[in-house]
Design a protein around this ligand. Sequence first.
Ligand code: PLP
Length: 360
Amino acid sequence: MPERIFNFSPGPAVLPYEVLRQAAVDIVNFRDKGIGLIELSHRSKEFMGVVEETEALIRENLGVPAGYRVLFLQGGASSQFFMIPMNFLGAGKKATYLNTGVWSKKAIKEARLFGEIDVAFSSEETKFNRVPRDDEYTVDPASEYLYFVSNNTIYGTQFQSFPQTGSMLVSDMSSDILSRPVDVGRFGIIFAGAQKNMGPAGVTIVIIREDILDRSPDNIPTMLRYKTHADNGSMFNTPPCFAVYCVGLVMKWLKESGGVEAIEKINNEKAALLYSAIDTTDFYRGHAEPASRSRMNVSFNLPTPELEARFITEAAAEGLDGLKGHRSIGGCRASIYNAFPREGVAKLVDFMEHFARVNG
Ligand SMILES: *Cc1c(COP(=O)(O)O)cnc(C)c1O
């Protein structure tokens, strides 16, 4: 793979090389049909087969139990910020949100258009450097659901375990879905934009408990109603065919790599390597409190913004790309999703040691 470098981009993010090669073939001639994948009717039996296989692999990899639907939607993860409250709130209804970063804040803003929102925890005052412990917030029993972001892509924090509450859990898992086992049966809705850990941009995976599909009010647009998509197998309108197909390839790759449990071990090792490089010197400072550290996005600072800029430039020259932190907190961030290779983390750690020695 001479043309590849190590891509630490937060999203769209690195995909397995085999997946890209297969997609490059299929986009021209899908399974020897003489038609490229993105030229096929979405109602053709070939493409319907792709959707079925992709759904089956998501179910298998994530352990989605019976009684849940898997939907392929558009509008990005961000459209779920309003679709969820639009479908499950309304006059006199309330929900509880945990505010752990930019993505939860945006979701809270949208949810307030549709109901009463109780923000039961916020780490905004400490620049979202942690997620709450269970004993730091309470959920009003009148809440329709408890909403949280399982991994905060920008700040590099992650719920190490999921909230223990009687309330229905709703989670934005855009940046850590399929990176670790999840007991899906505890959730009402799990959603994820594909472009972090599952595929290219363009499709949002929504896993939703079947029995809540009928709760939506009558006066919402057809396209924005979950039941519409559930009743039509995500084929109410033209789905994002190419993105769905690529998610299917990534699911196959994940299954062949040993599944979520195997990838979790590798993810833990990759993250441990990187955090230990941060912790062994005073030169680097991790943004997240240790108990909240993400295994997908590692955000850290150097002593000055000038050193950070030099670090990012020199790393890029070594084939370590995409290490600039999000504009809201600056600094550096290494995103090391499922498809990010261990050798890339090792190379970054070597570079960090070298850079600290020269500049520290
Ligand atoms: C990237 C991201 C989003 C936004 O996704 P879009 O598909 O661009 O709308 C939402 N939530 C989290 C946790 C993210 O990482």
